[in-house]
Design a protein around this ligand. Structure first.
Ligand SMILES: Nc1ncnc2c1ncn2[C@@H]1O[C@H](COP(=O)(O)OP(=O)(O)O)[C@@H](O)[C@H]1O
Ligand SMILES: [Mg+2]
Length: 317
């Protein structure tokens, strides 16, 4: 059975279509990434899937339970780490966990057992009676995650779980998520960071402006990423001869003007940057600015759509 099944799910806010007829499936045991730039519709989707917001159109089910008609049973199967923390600031870590356990209908002994276990797993045992308001961002995120796991759900939804965390807390959180997934939890994670989706997920859906652009393995996405790295350069003279010479640099796949800058796409920005320095020196040109630019999500999106278009026409007469 699919853990999550989404069919033409749509959500309108007035005249704005935040999510536009998206369909996809997540298998049990997958680490699924839901990737898209800010405002793409990730939170809206996760809110619909977790019963916090009504779809305008379409359906979805969690472990076979329809999210609107059978919301009660659907909820037994998942935990959610929302974008905005759901911790009660003036409750202790322990009481936050007790409260979450009650919400999920766990018995007193069950709640106690799970809370002890989770405090241990998340290294929060020493803080069990401290109020959450004094916690660091990393500790808060861990507590939110512990609360989401209190009823041992099969599926875990997380909305940009690493946003705002320092590098160390973010790494730790990713390790915990990977371990949970190895132990069998299905994970649905939203992020606007390509690299994060790349390192964590088995499969990634890309959403842009409410529409699903692709559902693919991250290796394929990685290829796209590599071809969309670029070097942005501005020289004091940008004649057509100069731009033609720059475009001819080894490994440059394409180029374009962007305002007063010239952008060179390449899988190897370091090589191109070095070649630009040499070229400028040889031709006595001054470099006004030079930057290596990672791929924007829109770049990845565009090239994915392009690739899909190409493969669709392949093999046709
Ligand atoms: N409650 C709301 N009312 C009106 N518009 C909303 C609401 N929530 C989200 N939106 C709009 O829907 C779009 C998608 O938002 P969201 O799902 O939060 O994107 P993401 O999580 O990918 O950044 C955005 O244009 C956003 O402004
Ligand atoms: Mg969001």
């Amino acid at each position: 059975m699919n853990a999550i099944s989404v069919n033409n799910l749509t959500r309108d806010y007035g005249t704005l279509r935040a999510v536009d007829h998206i369909s996809f499936e997540v298998e049990s045991g997958e680490f699924f990434g839901f990737l898209g730039p800010n405002g793409a519709g990730k939170t809206t989707t996760i809110r619909m899937l977790t019963g916090l917001s009504e779809p305008s159109e379409g359906t979805a089910s969690i472990m076979g339970c329809d999210i609107t008609r059978d919301a009660f049973h659907a909820k037994e199967h998942f935990g959610i780490v929302p974008e905005v923390s759901n911790i009660y600031e003036d409750l202790s870590a322990w009481n936050n966990l007790m409260f979450a356990g009650e919400l999920y209908g766990l018995s007193q002994p069950e709640r106690t057992r799970r809370a002890r276990e989770l405090l241990e797993i998340f290294d929060l045992t020493g803080f069990r009676d401290k109020k959450a308001q004094g916690f660091s961002k990393g500790m808060r995120r861990k507590l939110t995650l512990a609360m989401a796991l209190i009823h041992e759900p099969e599926i875990l939804f997380l909305d940009e779980p690493t946003s705002g965390l320092d590098v160390q807390s973010s790494l730790l959180l990713k390790e915990i998520l990977s371990r949970l997934n190895r132990e069998g939890t299905t994970i649905f994670l939203t992020t606007h960071m390509l690299e994060e989706a790349n390192t964590l997920c088995n499969r990634v859906a890309i959403i842009v402006k409410g529409r699903l652009a692709a559902v693919d393995a991250p290796e394929k996405l990685k290829k796209t990423i590599q071809t969309t790295q670029s070097v942005e350069v501005s020289l004091d003279s940008m004649t057509s001869q100069v731009t033609a010479d720059l475009t001819a640099i080894k490994t440059v796949t394409s180029s374009r003007h962007e305002g007063d800058k010239f952008r060179l796409f390449t899988p190897d920005p370091a090589v191109v940057a070095t070649a630009i320095f040499e070229y400028a020196q040889a031709h006595r040109l001054k470099i006004i600015s030079i930057n290596t630019v990672g791929p924007s999500l829109e770049d990845a999106f565009l090239s994915i759509v392009q690739r899909q278009g190409d493969s669709r026409t392949e093999g046709r007469p």
